[in-house]
Design a protein around this ligand. Structure first.
Ligand SMILES: Cc1cc2nc3c(=O)[nH]c(=O)nc-3n(C[C@H](O)[C@H](O)[C@H](O)COP(=O)(O)OP(=O)(O)OC[C@H]3O[C@@H](n4cnc5c(N)ncnc54)[C@H](O)[C@@H]3O)c2cc1C
Length: 491
């Protein structure tokens, strides 16, 4: 039973990190209220249903489920009473234009066997590479994922000192592609491993090789499927939060974070002015400053870092059952370097985009009518700097259909029964992400991790930040860790 402390906390936004922060603050004894602009929780991790098809609108790959369980255990409940998930094997199916199909299996050995059998690379090199990314992960996780990078005392623990002493081994001085090109001969192997840069909206040709740790997380630690779909992560944590006494106010936008004498006073919503002891903003930090803190001193350098990529997503109800597809399918472009140059340098969509197709009905049959599938067809795009998105969406649809028809030898257009479309403008308006960037700041240089906003305000006592736009960065597990780092700081 948690001990009440007679203090109150407002959370701005019911994104996954906001929900996790609410659970943690409630466990500290705060009276917690979450204010959410939308009529539904989850932010990017939300769901829509149309014509018998259910779609997860954002994240589809679930790694490090232990951080979800941790919240449930912390609240004195049993994780399996809230959420169930299964490991995936294979995780991905990779399709190439020359007809090669590679399964991305779980575990170093099986993964390496498959790559070695389909490419010019040999098993020993693949296992050696995956061992190296494991070492890199073990050296960096404590420094970059579990603690604030903005508190000096955090640099003096044994594990962090070990990480810092081995800085040369973590790939900070090479790019992701640089390290992968040195390790492998076959362009297919390199392309598969370079793709992990997109997990935080960056380019493998610019992002530091340190980000190759993502392959360790997915291939060795594993990817999972939450039974019922990704949205059950949101719904189970909202249920947990409510069970322990968190209050949610949906369809309620916070208009201002109120400050007096450099201390938090409370918030102003579109209906009320309310006092709170602590405010945690889960709103994108760029917009937290520009929209909610009109008089605060802005950390200009941090806020002006280049933002991540965004995406165009077609949620299609497909009147067919594609036996050759799995839950996660990638259809690669022929020139990855050009594709990323188009996105990050030219701020354009690419004429031959890499397409990701996610189909949850492969696991949750009720997500689509019988004999049909719910497709989430995604391409990476630049974030929104005023491009003609109506035109770009039209072009993207043509390109996706042409490429999928070619590789799958089918006629997708005639199979589309219903369609929802997201582009960077929709992502921006639905989740208040600055410029519709999906992942906050891009990680396109070796200092990016240090240039994310901290989890606290240096100027305003009682003001904190959590979520994908602040430390340690985007994705479900990092957003859950963000909530942990943030709430651990609240005195
Ligand atoms: C298409 C797509 C694919 C992705 N794929 C993956 C994946 O496979 N795996 C993975 O781990 N991650 C993935 N991600 C990233 C992941 O979804 C995000 O990093 C994470 O969900 C961000 O959560 P957040 O807590 O920062 O808040 P957000 O999801 O950004 O939510 C913020 C919430 O705050 C609310 N809000 C904002 N301002 C206010 C205000 N003033 N008042 C009240 N409410 C407000 C918004 O309405 C929103 O609900 C993907 C994201 C997208 C969009």
């Amino acid at each position: 039973m948690m001990k009440e402390n007679n203090k109150s906390c407002a959370i701005v936004g019911a994104g996954i990190s906001g929900i996790a922060a609410a659970i943690r603050m409630r466990n500290k004894g705060y009276a917690v209220t979450v204010f959410e602009s939308n009529s539904f929780p989850g932010g990017k991790l939300s769901t829509e249903t149309t014509m018998g098809y259910r779609f997860d609108m954002g994240p589809s790959v679930f790694t490090m489920p232990e951080y979800v369980d941790e919240l449930i255990l912390l609240s004195g409940k049993h994780p399996r009473d809230y959420i169930n998930y299964v490991p995936l094997d294979p995780v991905y199916k990779y399709f190439f234009e020359d007809g090669t199909i590679i399964d991305g299996f779980h575990g170093k050995e099986k993964y390496a066997d498959e790559i070695a059998s389909k490419t010019k690379d040999i098993k020993e090199d693949i296992v050696r590479y995956l061992n190296k990314t494991e070492v890199m992960y073990n050296l960096t996780a404590e420094v970059f994922l579990h603690k604030s990078l903005h508190k000096l005392k955090n640099f003096f623990t044994k594990r962090v000192v070990k990480g810092l002493l081995n800085f040369g081994k973590i790939g900070a001085f090479d790019t992701m592609n640089g390290m992968n090109q040195k390790a492998f001969k076959d362009p297919k192997t390199i392309q598969i491993l370079n793709r992990y840069a997109t997990y935080n909206g960056s380019s493998p040709y610019l992002a530091p090789a340190t980000l190759n740790v993502i392959s360790h997380v997915e291939i060795e630690k594993g990817a999972f499927y939450p039974l019922g779909g990704m949205y059950t992560i949101t719904s189970s944590l909202v249920k947990l939060a409510k069970d322990i006494g968190v209050t949610f106010c949906f369809s309620t936008s916070v208009r201002e974070i109120l400050v007096a004498d450099k201390k938090i006073k409370g918030i102003r919503t579109d209906r009320d002015t309310l006092n709170f002891d602590v405010v945690i903003s889960n709103m994108d930090v760029y917009n937290s400053y520009s929209k909610l803190l009109p008089n605060a001193k802005k950390p200009i350098k941090l806020l002006s870092q280049p933002k991540s990529s965004s995406g165009i997503i077609f949620y299609w109800g497909i009147k067919n059952d594609f036996k050759q597809l799995g839950l996660h399918n990638i259809f690669f472009s022929e020139n990855y370097k050009e594709e990323f140059a188009a996105i990050f340098s030219e701020k354009k969509t690419y004429h031959d985009p890499t397409i990701y197709v996610n189909i949850t009905s492969k696991h949750t049959a009720t997500d689509a009518p019988e004999g049909c599938e719910n497709w989430f067809a995604f391409i990476n795009t630049p974030n929104n700097s005023g491009q003609d998105w109506d035109q770009l969406v039209k072009e993207a649809k043509e390109r996706i259909i042409l490429k999928l028809n070619r590789i799958l030898n089918t006629d997708i257009r005639s199979l589309i029964e219903c369609e929802i479309v997201f582009d960077p403008r929709v992502i921006e308006s639905r989740t208040s992400s600055a410029f519709g960037a999906i992942y906050g700041n891009a990680s396109n240089n070796k200092f990016s991790a240090f240039l994310r906003h901290p989890n606290f305000s240096k100027d305003i006592a009682g003001l904190y930040f959590c979520g994908g736009s602040v430390h340690p960065g985007p994705s479900i597990p990092l957003c859950l860790l963000s909530a942990k780092i943030t709430t651990d700081m609240v005195k």
